[in-house]
Design a protein around this ligand. Structure first.
Ligand SMILES: NC(=O)c1ccc[n+]([C@@H]2O[C@H](COP(=O)([O-])OP(=O)(O)OC[C@H]3O[C@@H](n4cnc5c(N)ncnc54)[C@H](O)[C@@H]3O)[C@@H](O)[C@H]2O)c1
Length: 338
């Protein structure tokens, strides 16, 4: 019998509370500590799970000496907590919320330190393991809509918090092949901030993959206002696939000759994607199996996000890898470009 993975969690807001309950419900894990700078939130998560509440992350690590750390704080703190956790001697695995970071330098440092310490890093892009996207990728690879060369992706919200899922889904559908170039544009109205950083109001981008596939991204107020939160249309030579939002059933297929759309039969998920992802994380920690939401894959998507901003900053189509390590949106605002 394998021993359960002693786990602590930092950031007990909406997502943290949900994850704390998931971890506490899974026999693979034992949640012993929860931490938040807001003691009310830490106490609520503690009351819901039986873990001990803390207001200091380092003190929590020192007291519990955990095997795994879950990070559900605001986006601007993911990198510092991941790096601190990876450097703590007992820690053997990290599960961190998306987006990885708020600049490419931090995201690269997170992956580098986890690789150096041989610690699996998982980034919570749970959409890529959902039965809808898994089935869409299977159908693409089976040739069900002929040869694919174009995917249109739309989502509400900003690129970092919402677009990160969109880019990750696009990469997943494209078989996680490398992206060769990115062209992007953004605009910003007002001074809105979210999860600890500046955000744009709307964005548009085209990315090209090594195989020649192209993806088009429309986010925030640039997307079709009638489209669902996370809308993906995949164009093939003999038909189309449409992931038309989060409302189940959400995957349709169209036959090009007849034009007829029909629902793709996929089972209604019986477990949350995040719970499935945590069980896979336990497998990764206990048996060394690769996690489908690992840090290397997330870093690829994060580089695309940063390249969209950088392309907008420089007014150029950019070939990857991206040399800019900072947050281009912040640079644009500081320079008065936006
Ligand atoms: N994977 C998904 O589908 C998904 C969905 C929603 C949110 N998220 C991500 O989850 C994270 C949290 O989102 P949320 O909606 O729970 O936000 P939230 O504002 O409800 O919660 C954030 C919590 O973190 C705490 N916190 C902030 N900075 C901290 C610090 N330095 N140390 C300790 N605690 C700190 C806050 O007090 C708060 O309790 C964000 O990164 C967000 O992008 C992911």
């Amino acid at each position: 019998m394998t021993t359960s993975i002693k786990t602590v969690l930092v950031g007990c807001g909406k997502m943290g509370l949900m994850q704390a309950k998931i971890i506490a419900s899974l026999p693979e894990f034992k949640l012993t500590g929860v931490c938040d700078i807001n003691p009310t939130n830490a106490e609520a998560a503690a009351a819901a799970t039986g873990a001990k509440p803390h207001d200091d992350f380092n003190a929590m690590l020192a007291e519990h000496r955990p095997d795994a750390v879950a990070i559900c704080t605001a986006n601007d703190t993911h990198a510092a907590y991941t790096i601190a956790a990876a450097q703590f001697p007992s820690v053997r695995g990290i599960y961190c919320e998306k987006p990885m970071a708020t600049n490419l330098g931090d995201a690269r440092a997170m992956v580098a330190v986890c690789r150096e310490k041989k610690i699996p890093l998982v980034i919570n892009h749970q959409r890529r393991i959902g039965p809808d996207l898994t089935e869409a990728r299977r159908l693409i690879q089976a040739g069900a809509i002929g040869a694919v060369s174009f995917v249109r992706c739309q989502c509400a919200g900003d690129l970092l918090s919402d677009g990160t899922h969109l880019v990750d889904s696009l990469l997943y559908l494209a078989g996680d092949q490398p992206v060769t170039w990115v062209f992007g544009q953004i605009h910003r109205v007002g001074n809105e901030r979210r999860f600890g950083h500046v955000i744009e109001t709307g964005g548009f981008a085209v990315v090209e993959f090594a195989s020649g596939w192209r993806g088009e991204l429309l986010t925030g107020d640039i997307r079709d206002p009638n489209s669902a939160y996370h809308d993906l249309q995949i164009f093939g030579t003999t038909g189309r696939l449409w992931r038309k939002g989060d409302q189940w059933p959400n995957l349709d297929i169209q036959d090009a000759a007849s034009g007829v759309w029909r629902a793709v039969p996929i089972p209604n998920p019986t477990e949350s994607g995040i719970a499935v992802a945590y069980r896979l994380f336990a497998d990764t920690m206990q048996h060394g199996t690769a996690h489908p939401m690992n840090g290397d894959i997330a870093l690829q998507g994060f580089e695309v996000l940063m390249a969209i901003y950088e392309s907008a900053r420089l007014h150029r189509k950019l070939t990857l890898p991206l040399p800019q390590d900072r947050f281009p949106l912040e640079l644009m605002i500081k320079a008065g470009q936006l």
